[in-house]
Design a protein around this ligand. Structure first.
Ligand code: HEM
Length: 338
């Protein structure tokens, strides 16, 4: 039985390797922003429980989190588009099967955003705010859960027909996938990692890997191409260790030099890239075993469009860098004036 819908007759407008590369880069940036949001919010909630400097830190953090949220969302759209181009026949199907929940993400996202602003406003006004911040964190975690649900359901064509028979309205969530919870916890623990509970992150990473089916693990070691994706798993482990050492230097080494902060950012970005490459390998070898070869598509590259896209993409990154530098300079001016 053919599990996947028929392939779209319109060819892909760019080489598959380029689409995958752009997907990996943009999704890694989305994950960095997501982890900053989840980790930062939890820390802000905890700090807000205390008076004095902790409360001031909570306020400063909360103000920044509303900005981080814009990055979470804006950096989420490109990988969604690339994923749909590459894996549409699987991803659209799973999205429709959980349609009611999938569409509800928009509403939950608006609510989370509003709660973030309320959290900041209540802190500024000196009111108790922890429960508002915690509600935003729980809702953000639920959005993450729905995303993990969809990204794992797209890998299981064998359950689609039964789900659709049970309801075509998208009101059921799938069950019985041992990879869902560790995978979701891995992302949630990423936030805790940034917050300092690195051991939880490490354990979640090892767990998420261990529950992958044997053929997936084997392919990530032996396949001509995907063994390089598998290597990213070791890269992830090594970088987590580097990050812990950096944190130890920052915490106990009495070094507060600016380079340490930048090194931390760099390691965080590299960790997310390793994670994204590895999960990309897991997805490709899983789908391949079920008859979906992501490389098997007709490509008719429109280099004008690709070129224009790349120019705009690089310019967009430049504008973001410039905006960040403006904010950093403005802060220095304000600190100088204070
Ligand atoms: C508070 C907001 C958000 C949180 C906490 C969040 C969290 C997550 C998490 C946990 C995953 C990993 C799922 C997995 O593979 O197991 C993920 C992936 C993803 N998210 Fe977000 N997300 C948020 C907002 C969004 C929004 C608004 C969009 C779309 C516009 C989006 C697009 C994506 C996409 C496309 C992926 C996976 C792409 C792929 O597998 O190729 N996210 N996100």
């Amino acid at each position: 039985m053919q599990s996947f819908p028929a392939v779209d007759p319109i060819p892909l407008p760019a080489p598959i390797w380029l689409l995958k590369l752009l997907h990996i880069v943009t999704l890694s940036l989305h994950f960095v922003a997501v982890e900053m949001l989840l980790g930062g919010l939890l820390i802000a909630v905890l700090l807000s429980l205390f008076r004095g400097p902790s409360n001031i830190a909570a306020r400063a953090l909360a103000r920044r989190l509303t900005v981080v949220m814009t990055f979470v969302i804006n950096l989420a759209v490109p990988p969604l588009l690339f994923a749909q181009v590459l894996y549409g026949r699987a991803l659209y199907t799973s999205s429709v099967l959980i349609g009611a929940y999938w569409i509800s993400i928009i509403g939950i996202l608006c609510l989370t955003y509003w709660l973030l602003y309320r959290f900041t406003a209540r802190l500024e006004a000196g009111k108790s705010a922890w429960w508002v911040g915690l509600s935003a964190w729980v809702l953000a975690g639920f959005i993450g859960r729905l995303l993990s649900t969809n990204m794992t359901l797209m890998l299981r064509p064998e359950v689609w027909r039964d789900m659709y028979t049970a309801s075509g309205a998208g009101i059921y969530l799938p069950g019985g996938d041992p990879t869902l919870t560790p995978r979701w916890l891995l992302m949630m623990a990423g936030g805790l990692f940034i917050g300092g509970l690195w051991l939880v992150y490490l354990a979640a990473g090892l767990w998420a890997n261990s529950v992958q089916p044997d053929f997936v693990k084997a392919s990530l070691h032996t396949d001509r191409l995907y063994k390089f994706f598998g290597l990213a798993g070791y890269g992830w482990l090594a970088l987590v260790v580097v990050a812990v050492l950096l944190a130890a230097v920052a915490g106990f080494g009495k070094i507060s030099a600016g380079w340490l902060g930048w090194a931390g950012v760099l390691v965080a970005v590299l960790i997310e890239i390793m994670l994204v490459v590895y999960r990309d390998g897991v997805r490709d070898v899983t789908l391949l075993a079920k008859g979906y070869d992501v490389w098997n598509r007709v490509v008719v590259t429109n280099w004008w469009v690709v070129g224009l896209f790349l120019v705009l993409f690089v310019a967009g990154l430049g504008v973001i860098g410039w905006l960040v530098s403006v904010v950093a300079r403005a802060r220095k001016v304000m600190e100088g004036a204070a």
